[in-house]
Write a protein that binds this ligand. Structure first.
Ligand SMILES: C[S@@+](CC[C@H](N)C(=O)[O-])C[C@H]1O[C@@H](n2cnc3c(N)ncnc32)[C@H](O)[C@@H]1O
Length: 206
C-alpha cells in the first residue's frame, strides 16, 4: 500500500483513536511502561496522543506521526495532560535526528505499521543517548497456535482495512536489531509485548 493511501487510512481512523484515548484503553500497560520515561522523549507514531496522560509531568516530548489528523488530536491530548510537547509530521521510516538526541524513546502499537521495523529500531538505537531507554508496547503474533493461525489468516484483510500488520513477530524483530533488552512482559496469549530496552552503541561499529 502506498504511503499516501496509508496516511489517508490513518487520518480517517483518528476519531476512533481519540475515543480510545479518552477511554484510556490499555491504561494498565501504558502506565506501567511510561512511568519510567524521563528527560527528552521521542515518541514515534504518537497517534491521537494516548500516552500523554501517563508520562511523568517533567518530560519534554517530541511527538511524530505522518497523519495530520492524528497530530491535531495529539496536540489537544498533550495540552490536557499538561505535557510539554512539540509535534512533527513525518514518515517514521525516513526520520532523521542527530545521534544521541533523546533520553527516552517510546513506541506504542506502531511496529505493525512499518515496511521495515528492524530498520526503524536501528534508527531508534542511534537517536537514543547512551544509557537512555527504549520503551515499547507492541502487538504481534501469539504463541497460542490457534490465535496465531487466525492472525495469519485474517492478516491480508485486516491490513487492507486498518493499515496494520497482525503477523509481526515482535521478539524476532527485537532479536534482529542491535538494541539491548532488559525486561519483557507479555499479555493476552503473548500478543502484547511490553519491552524495556536500551541502545547498544558498541554494536553500531559491528
Ligand atoms: C495503531 S496507531 C497507534 C497510535 C498510538 N501510538 C497509540 O498507542 O495509540 C498507529 C499510528 O502510527 C502512525 N503511523 C503508521 N505508520 C507510520 C509511519 N510510517 N510514519 C509515521 N507515522 C506512522 C499512524 O498514523 C497512527 O497514528
Amino acid at each position: 500500500m502506498s504511503k499516501e493511501k496509508l496516511i489517508r487510512k490513518f487520518d480517517k481512523q483518528s476519531n476512533i483513536y481519540e475515543m480510545r484515548r479518552k477511554k484510556q484503553s490499555e491504561r494498565r500497560w501504558r502506565s506501567t511502561l511510561l512511568g519510567s520515561a524521563k528527560g527528552k522523549v521521542l515518541e514515534i507514531a504518537v497517534g491521537a496522543g494516548a500516552n500523554f496522560n501517563f508520562y511523568p509531568k517533567d518530560v519534554e516530548v517530541t511527538a511524530v506521526d505522518f497523519s495530520s489528523e492524528m497530530l491535531s488530536k495529539a496536540k489537544v491530548s498533550a495540552a490536557e495532560s499538561g505535557i510539554r510537547a512539540t509535534f512533527m509530521q513525518s514518515d517514521i521510516e525516513s526520520l532523521s535526528f542527530p545521534e544521541n538526541s533523546f533520553d527516552t524513546i517510546v513506541s506504542t502499537l506502531s511496529f505493525c505499521g512499518y515496511d521495515n521495523p528492524v530498520q526503524v529500531l536501528e534508527s531508534l538505537n542511534s537517536f537514543c543517548k547512551p544509557g537512555g531507554q527504549i520503551l515499547l508496547m507492541e502487538h504481534g503474533l501469539s504463541s497460542n497456535r490457534w490465535i496465531n493461525r487466525t492472525q495469519k489468516l485474517i492478516e491480508p484483510m485486516f491490513n487492507r482495512l486498518v493499515g496494520c500488520h497482525l503477523d509481526r513477530d515482535i521478539m524476532d524483530i527485537l532479536a534482529k536489531s542491535k538494541v539491548s533488552i532488559h525486561r519483557v512482559e507479555r499479555y493476552l496469549y503473548n500478543t502484547i509485548h511490553l519491552v524495556w530496552a536500551s541502545p547498544n552503541k558498541n554494536s553500531i561499529l559491528d
